[in-house]
Each structure stands twice: as structure tokens, then as C-alpha cells.
Design a protein. Structure first.
Length: 415
């Protein structure tokens, strides 16, 4: 019989005791169990199996040594543990923040209407986009503007969710933001009153400026749970009114639910690949259009630097499959997919579980999608969208009605 070396035997015995002894599992406090479950979820699901080139087991042991006497201390330890991944999108969500995120994706919210993110390059809190017809939009806050303070608190001391929670609040209350303009570099203070936000996913109308060629205009504000249903409904109405072509406006759309992006892509696409996902093992999966498109009419998609996440999945699918021409500015560049995991006490964790690539295998993370036709646009208000001041919209109308008026611009940026 082959003998097991003593040291190896001791290690096996120790690990057996650690993992198989029920008494050991019961020795953990509720706070430690919460931390251990959070660690396990990341260990099983995180997109990078090197965990940002660190030993994730040692991280576990390090944080288990912390004295955890309350849920707040456990929450703080979990947040610190996740911060070691250096991924602003993988984060702990205390019960209230987890609930707020669920409310946002369901289409109901109150606040000032700012979608925010941590810039992965400089770690500053910045605006992805203001919601249409919101207090933030009315004040003139723009995508990529940097938020320096919230009610006097330096945002560099806050996590993404802490910042979002401080911006939210009861209708009628005030919040003060110190904002640095991305375009001009000017620092300005805004005092904004929180209000009920309209998160209707779609606005639509028929442009009849050319009576012989009416164009349906669809603005998608967010990829919420009802977005695909709303868009299909409005598309059908525009079709009945005689629309011969369409403009899909994804400007300042920060994204939302991945599944909503997939369903909306299927509205426009014949059988084709919508997006590829790449997991931690480098294994490719894909979401495909099934052939149930509602129209094959000409389509232009408007994008800008506030178009992010699911907006980029949809725009990339339509561009790579040559179903649409993209007009506007390079998009935000968020090519990572998060899943939400609920913890027993009502808290949750958002974990980056995969990255995505367009049908032509373009990785857009931190790069964005370059439109076919680049048209820069000075900031305009919600009420100026679709007017003569909206240069990107006017370029889309010109392209659809004349179709060959911009061949040089297209060839220069053809992706």
C-alpha cells in the first residue's frame, strides 16, 4: 500500500475538517456567513478568474479576521472586499440600494434624473446621462460631466451606490451638486429639487416634413422591463400611419436590462447574431435574432457619448448586421455584463459575470462604438430634440430622404 507523505496527509485532514465538519460551519456568526456567501458568489461568477491578479482565497481569510459585530460592519467589510477587484460595476448593495435598483429597472423612480458611473480610468464619479425632462436635464448637466461633491460631501469618498443613494430622495427635497463640465472644464454648483421621474421607455411621433416620405421617430430612454413591448406598440402605430423609414434615438440612454436589449434587437433584425458573451473560461455564448422582425424599413440609429451598455449592444448589433446606419458620436464604452444576486437579508451584489462583443467580435469596453456618420452636437434641451437645433436628427432625416447625400462620411467611418 502506497504511503501518503505526512505533510500531505495533515493538509488533507485539515481541509476535510474545515469543509466537512458541520460544527465548523455553525461556528460562523450571521455576519461572517453574509461575508462568506458574498465571497462565494464572486468566486463562482466573476468574469476574471484571476480576480485582478490576486489570491481570492487569501482575500477571504483576510476579511474573515475582521471583527464583525453588526450588519453594518459586515456590509462595510463586503464592500471593502469587492473593492479589491478594482471593478466599479461589481459592488455590494445594501437592502435599500438593492431595492432602488430594482425599482429603477421596473420603470418607477423619484429624484433628479441622473444616471451615474465611476470612470474606470480616473475613478471619478461622472454622469452617464440625464433622464429626459428631468431636473438634471433642465439644469443643463451633460454626459461625462464630473460630479465633485453631493451636499458638500467629496464623491471620492463615496462608492457608486452611496453616491446614487445621496442623490435620490423624497419628492420636493433639495440636493446640491458641485459639477465640473467635461466640455468647458468649468465648475458649477447646482441646487436641484427632487421630483417624480417619468421613466416611460419610449416616445414616438411621425415626421411629415417630407409628405412623400414620412419618417417614424422612436426615442428609447431606458432598457426597462417593459421597453420592448412599448417600442413594438409604438412601431406598429407608426407603421399604420404610413412611416416609410425610422429613426431610433438611443442618445443619452444609459442601458438597463440586457434581455430588453436583446428583445428590441429582435424587433429590427432578420435571423442573425445580436451579441456574443464571453465568460471567465473564454467560452463564447450568443444571443440571436429569431426572424420575427416587425419591419425591414430603412433605419438610422442616433447615438452619443451617453449611449451605454444595452444601448451599445443594440447599436452594435444593428450596425454589424448592416441593418442600420449609426449617426452621432462615439458611445460610452461599457462592454461588461452584470448579474444581480440577492442575499438572505434583502441586500444584494452586482457582479460582472461576462463581457460582450458585437457580432463582428468588436470589444467596445472603454472604446465605445464609432458611428458610421460622425456628427457632433452641442448640448440641447429635451424640448429641442428633433428640431432644427438637433443637428444629429437633421442628419438622420437628410440621410433617409436623400440616402446618397453623405457617402464620403459613411465610407470614412464604416465599421
Amino acid at each position: 500500500m502506497k504511503k501518503i507523505p505526512y505533510l500531505l496527509f495533515a493538509i488533507i485532514l485539515f481541509l476535510s475538517t474545515l469543509f466537512l465538519n458541520p460544527a465548523n460551519a455553525n461556528a460562523y456568526t450571521e455576519e461572517e456567513k453574509l461575508l462568506l456567501q458574498s465571497w462565494r458568489l464572486v468566486n463562482e461568477a466573476y468574469v476574471d478568474d484571476s480576480f485582478n491578479n490576486q489570491n481570492w482565497w487569501f482575500i477571504r481569510q483576510k476579511f474573515l479576521k475582521k471583527p464583525l459585530h453588526s450588519k453594518d460592519e459586515a456590509y462595510e467589510a463586503i464592500s471593502e472586499m469587492l473593492a479589491t477587484l478594482d471593478d466599479p460595476y461589481t459592488r455590494f448593495l445594501p437592502p435599500r440600494q438593492y431595492q432602488n435598483l430594482q425599482i429603477t429597472t421596473s420603470g418607477e423612480l423619484s429624484g433628479i434624473g441622473l444616471q451615474i458611473s465611476i470612470n474606470p480610468e480616473d475613478k471619478h464619479l461622472e454622469v452617464v446621462s440625464p433622464l429626459p425632462n428631468s431636473p438634471a436635464e433642465a439644469a443643463g448637466i451633460q454626459p461625462r460631466d464630473q460630479i465633485l461633491t453631493i451636499d458638500g460631501i467629496d464623491t471620492e469618498t463615496l462608492t457608486l451606490d452611496e453616491a446614487a443613494n445621496k442623490i435620490r430622495g423624497k419628492i420636493g427635497t433639495l440636493v446640491t451638486l458641485e459639477v465640473k463640465s467635461k466640455k468647458e472644464g468649468i465648475i458649477k454648483e447646482y441646487q436641484l429639487k427632487r421630483d417624480r421621474l417619468s421613466l416611460s421607455s419610449v416616445t414616438a411621433r411621425l415626421d411629415t416634413s417630407n409628405p412623400d416620405y414620412p419618417i417614424g421617430y422612436l426615442r428609447l430612454n431606458q432598457f426597462s422591463g417593459n421597453a420592448s413591448k412599448d417600442l413594438a406598440h409604438e412601431l406598429a402605430k407608426l407603421d399604420q400611419k404610413g412611416a416609410k423609414a425610422y429613426i431610433l434615438d438611443l442618445r443619452n440612454n444609459p442601458g438597463g436590462l440586457l434581455q430588453a436589449g436583446i428583445e428590441i434587437a429582435r424587433i429590427w433584425l432578420p435571423p442573425s447574431t445580436i451579441v456574443y458573451t464571453v465568460n471567465r473560461q473564454g467560452i463564447f455564448g450568443s444571443y440571436d435574432a429569431t426572424g420575427n422582425q416587425l419591419t425591414d424599413a430603412p433605419l438610422v440609429v442616433l447615438v452619443n457619448q451617453g449611449s451605454a451598455s444595452a444601448s451599445e449592444i443594440l447599436a452594435g448589433a444593428l450596425q454589424d448586421n448592416q441593418r442600420a446606419t449609426l449617426i452621432g458620436e462615439t458611445t460610452f464604452g461599457k462592454g461588461l455584463i452584470q448579474s444581480l444576486f440577492e442575499l438572505p437579508d434583502g441586500a444584494g451584489i452586482a457582479i460582472t459575470v461576462a463581457k460582450y462583443e458585437t457580432p463582428n467580435h468588436k470589444d467596445i469596453n472603454k472604446k465605445g462604438i464609432t458611428p458610421n456618420v460622425e456628427v457632433t452636437q452641442d448640448p440641447i434641451s429635451y424640448f429641442e430634440i428633433g428640431t432644427e437645433k438637433d443637428l444629429q436628427y437633421q442628419a438622420a432625416i437628410a440621410f433617409l430622404t436623400e440616402n446618397d447625400s453623405l457617402p464620403t462620411m459613411i465610407s470614412q467611418n464604416d465599421n
